[in-house]
Write a protein that binds this ligand. Structure first.
Ligand SMILES: C[S@@+](CC[C@H](N)C(=O)[O-])C[C@H]1O[C@@H](n2cnc3c(N)ncnc32)[C@H](O)[C@@H]1O
Length: 211
């Protein structure tokens, strides 16, 4: 998914590579309407983080309907421009808001019912920070669906990422089968205060130190 850039430690999937997996053959493996049926409801607000060319954003825009919203977020403006053109052609352009992130985080102010991070977490520089940000954006009871490519992420690497999500206060609820991906679905518990999640501080840690 990723290509080394100029010898530094950033690995980001280039636009040309996204066409190798965002094409009609992908539906042999990924059927978004089935995968997210349980989690994405009409009227929902959804975040597709690392959306690329929009394989999932466009499918989720159909699912949320005209009362819903998909925020398609990516580091690369060119991905977002191409996604916006595709969404318009698919007739769902008005339900998708594109958002350009910077490398340090999502940088959004929103309340989301569902988040998707498909084949992107291993490309991000601050994985614990990313999950803390996700936890603070999710509504109580909201879900985060994380998929990482089996070809690029080892069992140990994936387990380390999932531990970071749990440390951010998210709870595992499912591990859907996927031929191409290691996958976990998390839920934000309804009784936890994430207002200071970006600092890693929780209500219990505040009360332990008397805050
Ligand atoms: C392998 S592609 C996956 C695209 C899409 N999720 C899919 O499944 O078709 C990874 C995407 O994540 C984006 N990305 C990488 N690092 C990112 C970051 N820190 N913030 C936002 N997007 C990022 C890349 O620009 C690329 O579009």
């Amino acid at each position: 998914m990723a290509e080394e850039r100029g010898g530094d430690r950033c690995h980001v999937c280039p636009v040309w590579m996204a066409y190798t997996f965002d094409n009609p053959f992908r539906r042999l493996f990924h059927r978004p309407e089935r995968m997210f049926r349980e989690y994405v409801k009409p009227g929902a607000t959804v975040l597709d983080f690392g959306c690329g060319l929009g394989f999932f954003s466009i499918a989720m825009a159909r699912r949320v309907g005209d009362q819903g919203l998909v925020i398609a977020a990516d580091l690369q403006q060119e991905m977002l421009d191409r996604l916006a053109r595709r969404a318009k052609r698919a007739g769902v352009g008005d339900r998708i808001r594109v958002h350009r992130t910077d490398a340090d985080g999502i940088g959004l102010s929103a309340e989301i019912d569902f988040g998707l991070a498909c084949w992107v977490v291993h490309e991000t520089p601050d994985i614990p920070g990313l999950f803390r940000e996700f936890a603070s954006l999710l509504k109580p009871g909201g879900h985060l669906y994380v998929m990482e490519p089996k070809t690029h992420v080892s069992e140990d690497g994936f387990e380390e990422m999932m531990s970071a999500a749990r440390d951010a206060g998210l709870r595992d609820v499912a591990s859907p089968k996927d031929a191409l991906s290691k996958t976990v679905v998390f839920r934000r518990p309804i009784d936890r205060d994430y207002s200071t999640a970006a600092t890693g501080e929780t209500r219990s840690s505040r009360s332990r130190r008397g805050g």
